[in-house]
Design a protein around this ligand. Structure first.
Ligand SMILES: NC(=O)c1ccc[n+]([C@@H]2O[C@H](COP(=O)([O-])OP(=O)(O)OC[C@H]3O[C@@H](n4cnc5c(N)ncnc54)[C@H](OP(=O)(O)O)[C@@H]3O)[C@@H](O)[C@H]2O)c1
Length: 332
């Protein structure tokens, strides 16, 4: 493949939003490496996805220790691509990783102990060939470890210079407020929450978004397309190259019920009337809330990424459209 030079007009392609009350701005769309960067997918495709993202001003790439498969391989593959294509752009990039889910065997490779988090980030940095990440997240709440211990580990990681900022993922509103208080007292730069949020999964509207605003935190929302269900791809069955076709994968085909498909069909019709694809409309719908700093998409194809970026041209919704979407989503 040709050596990479980033598109000169990359910063004219996308808008940025400030992440809470921090000094950092995130692109409206960020790229997640959960799928399509492990060893079971094409390395060249992964590389094209990262190049296309950055060429369009997507400065933020989101990883985790266990992205693959196998676990760790997304960070390794990202590291290879980073070294060849992005080394000279390091200061233009925000790279994040996380720990909190099962990563290695035994009692120290899961959840939220200081031991796990600090060792895991050291491993992640080694796999990616980085000196530091921009954001390090605790990936999910740990019911057994004192929050003070987990937050203390995040604080130490920043003081070690291994992360510039920290975040949490999947924490409830109450857990987030408590974490914010601990980190404020420690003086740790806690700037972001990564929750799941899409038209079919709206738990964040029930308190979390308010808490984030009160605490001055930004949000980057994951699975914005419900892993692909909020696109037109499943309307005529399960395509062979889709996520739902991956055996033993994370998208259970049983989630794609006739009722869900009926809603998707109605939403798709609305998107067509807006001259958008459903993926574009679903992303715009999330961004209409200023408390959403960035929408974190996964893509398996460059064409999908381009589609999602193009959709940012129309983020406006009329009152009628909002009402219509609500009524489609209410149908059980
Ligand atoms: N913090 C956490 O606990 C957590 C959990 C999950 C994810 N995440 C983060 O969030 C990122 C995104 O999650 P996700 O992959 O579930 O997001 P998603 O954007 O809801 O789903 C991605 C899938 O949607 C399909 N897609 C995307 N754009 C499309 C388009 N324009 N047209 C048609 N299909 C399109 C593709 O499916 P096909 O593969 O079928 O083509 C793609 O793989 C992850 O990579 C990760 O960084 C975080």
């Amino acid at each position: 493949m040709e050596p990479y030079t980033a598109a000169e007009d990359r910063y004219e392609q996308i808008q940025y939003r400030r992440c809470g009350k921090s000094g950092i701005k995130l692109p409206l769309l960020s790229l997640g490496l959960w799928h399509n960067f492990g060893n079971t997918t094409s390395f060249e495709n992964s590389r094209q996805l990262l190049r296309t993202a950055f060429d369009n001003g997507i400065t933020h790439f989101d990883l985790a220790n266990n992205y693959g498969p196998p676990y760790g391989s997304a960070e390794i593959n990202f590291g290879k691509i980073f070294k060849e294509d992005f080394l000279s752009y390091r200061d233009e990039l925000l790279i994040s990783t996380k720990a909190g889910w099962d990563m290695w065997p035994g009692p120290y490779g899961n959840f939220g102990s200081r031991k796990y988090l600090i060792a895991s980030l050291d491993q992640s940095l080694q796999r990616m060939g980085l000196d530091y990440v921009d954001i390090f997240y605790h990936h999910r709440p740990d019911p057994a470890t004192p929050l003070e211990e987990t937050m203390g580990a995040l604080d130490q990681i920043v003081r070690q210079g291994k992360a510039l900022y920290v975040g949490v993922s999947q924490y409830s509103a109450g857990q987030t407020a408590k974490a914010a208080e601990i980190l404020r007292n420690l003086g740790t730069p806690f700037i972001i929450h990564q929750p799941r949020y899409n038209m079919f999964d709206r738990w964040v509207e029930d308190g979390l978004l308010n808490t984030l605003e009160q605490e001055g935190l930004g949000s980057i929302v994951f699975s914005p397309l419900e892993q692909g269900i909020l696109t037109s791809k499943y309307l005529d069955g399960i395509p062979k190259d889709s996520r739902a076709a991956i055996e033993g994968g994370y998208l259970d085909q049983n989630k794609i019920t006739p009722q869900v498909l009926k809603q998707v069909k109605d939403l798709n019709h609305m998107a067509e009337n807006r001259n958008q694809t459903l993926a574009q409309m679903a992303i715009a719908w999330l961004l209409k809330d200023h408390r959403v700093t960035s929408v974190l998409v996964g893509v398996s194809k460059v064409s999908q990424l381009k589609d999602n970026i193009e959709g940012l041209q129309n983020l406006q919704f009329s009152k009628d459209e909002i009402t219509r979407i609500e009524s489609i989503l209410k149908k059980e």
